[in-house]
Design a protein around this ligand. Sequence first.
Ligand code: PEP
Ligand code: MG
Length: 900
Amino acid sequence: MADGFNEVPEAASTTRWVYSFGGGAADGDAKMKNLLGGKGANLAEMSSLGLPVPPGLTITTEACVHYYAEGKSYPAGLQEQVDAALSKVETQAGKRFGEAANPLLVSVRSGARASMPGMMDTVLNLGLNDETVEGLATLSGDRRFAFDSYRRFIQMYSNVVLGLEHSLFEEILDDHKERLEVSVDTALTAADWEKVVADYKAAVTRELGADFPQAPRDQLWGAIGAVFASWMNDRAKFYRRMHDIPESWGTAVNVQSMVFGNMGDTSATGVAFTRNPSTGEARLYGEFLINAQGEDVVAGIRTPQALTRAAREEMGESAPSMEEAMPEVFAQFKSVVERLEHHYRDMQDIEFTVEQGVLYMLQTRNGKRTAKAALKVAVDQVAEGLISREEAISRVEPSSLDQLLHPAIDPGAIRDVIASGLPASPGAATGEIVFAADEAERLAELGRAVILVREETSPEDIHGMHAARGVVTCRGGMTSHAAVVARGMGRPCVSGAGEIDIDEKAGVLRARGRSFSAGEVITIDGAKGEVLFGAVKMIEPELSGDFSQLMEWADGVRRLKVRANAETPLDARTARGFGAEGIGLCRTEHMFFDEDRIAAVREMILADDEAGRRAALAKIIPFQRKDFEELFEIMAGLPVTIRLLDPPLHEFLPHTDAEIEELAASAGLDAAKLKRRAGELAETNPMLGWRGCRLGIAFPEIYEMQVRAIFEAACTVAAKGEAPIVEVMHPLVAKKEEIAFLRKLTDDTASAVLKERGVSLDYKVGVMIELPRAALRADQIAEHAEFFSFGTNDLTQTTFGISRDDSGKFLDAYLKKGIIEKDPFVSLDQEGVGELVRLGAERGRATRPDVKLGICGEHGGDPASIAFCEAVGLDYVSCSPYRVPIARLAAAQAALEKKG
Ligand code: PEP
Ligand code: MG
């Protein structure tokens, strides 16, 4: 028996580790996802609904958690509980596990709480051995089928459980085909398969020094152990990191009576979505294969057929649809899937098998979908009365909206089509051709845009797909691995581009008589299913009516306001177009990145006395005034928070002699003196250096100039019409004495300008809370500040003591080792940095109950961090323009969550 049984803690023996399903009943239900995993919970639910589900049992996720917690040993009682549940399955199936004449065969599959398609291991046809294969041959009346099943089992088991490479078996099969002079598997006879089986077994013995296990119970425990082990394989770990799935959840194991879709032409296997997962269109959608087994459809080895006649006709296919090939079973299937969608009140992703004319349901789950489809399905289902508006809001993953907000190919662009395939995942992307996942990852790390082109993808390619801008495959349908995974990741994908022939060794792809080498640039159009030569012109996307509808509902329930971080007119317009309710952070130093402006800023920074600085500032003020006027106009009626200069000096100092000489020439200064001054200003830790208000305090004339420009611009705009809503923000404040000084400077300068212009204007002065000291002493700081904006980029940097600029070098190791679950610069570290935000908010409010509170670090656009901001009761979040819709939706979801 498996090693795991050695150490058995007695106390655990009363725990229930196994749940049965089948025969119109089940121990579990759909609500028990945490314990039974998604697949197990839904199999139980379908069984209780009386749907045709082959009987089986689910080993709980808790058993997996126990397995890892107790040094990879199975819990006490598990073996007995599996035995008992298996005999129930035997009774329901009318077969016995390991009985030569009438064998029960099972599948063993993983099933975590959240679906992790293809990441973990599966074994099919388990229970076959030299004796039971004979029984299967007699029972099915099809010896060829029996031995074909046996060889599939040996290959799968040897790979998943015994750790042998697929290629070992593929080579044996190829040798046989060569010897028989046939090219397809279907040409092999029963006798041929028997020989293949004998060779497979001999190969196992040769490789491992032990025979292929013949005892079905040994096979079963081997497979259960392998599924548990697969929870910790690299693919699964990577997938979990990408999708924020905690390692502590563990996976369930489903052991289920086998049904066969490969028992002749009245048998089939397929996958279906109750609506189109790419567009959301409310029409049954999917693929099936006649006379095929489980994984054949997903693996993309044969080209599947359409389910419905209409879909077949649309695709211009000649092979009959399921509706045409097996009309009665199709009618039954259609009513089952409609029932499932109504029951779950969401679009379902279904796997089924037809065994000799009898339908079996193998899986149902809420279907993964593109953002476009998610919006359409949610909005349609509200109209159909299936779900409420609140549910519709919670059905759309905020970060997925990103897919809709990115460019598509300009309809007017010239399209040099290299090849076409299936429109597997929408969006467009341009990049260099790469043929291997590792290479894609390597180049992407160097900042290169790549398109991964593969024969077909497998879970081993997932890191490469993630690193690539887009994916192309030569084989496989709309539900192939590439299609499903790319859609989930929001990467554009063209699948099944059969015209492409990849010669990986030569590093070229050939299509339509042309060839293209690795490194050449292509563009893919995932919405049309085309691969184009070169970099093709893109356009900004147009947002659908469904998008506006859902956003309107979201706006109706959210409490948090959403502003944008923007300083250019283009960004400000984009942000307003996406529904931003003002600017939460205008980084004024970013307004000087232009070539013609940076010289003046450098001159100002490098000036060695006030007169020099004032001279440089005089050159800058006209730009500033004009920029602010434009921002105020674009944001008319909405608040604009302008942050005074916060230049990490190293970003602005000239670095090379050439740059120094150029600056000296343009400013009429002495190059040697400039060089010396630049040396004096260079810092070892510039991110913790002479930045933010430290600059404004040392050289008040800089902030005076900026405040003057702000208020002169405000007066000009006010004179034309609506007065702007001005908020002046001071960066990197640590002490109340700093803000007391800066507040006075701001008020004095503002009132001087307003007096000069004869204008009266309300405005606010606030601070960024981005240092732990500021958060801790927020009570004192609030005496002088009317608003706080939490600068969580710097607050994360200073709380962790990790440099924003360099942390990438080691954070990856932290992520891989599970020391941190997410990069704290991407998603707020709620326990540490978040605690400072919470404290800062509380203490600020204690002094000034109406102090306005916002966040403007990158976290302002991260859904999990937004939920935290809602919980702490901030007033607004501010994020980059493209994330404004994401933040609106996330804020609505957070509000709904809080309401319960
Ligand atoms: C911050 O520190 O969070 C912030 C928004 O300011 P910056 O990123 O400009 O330092
Ligand atoms: Mg900052």
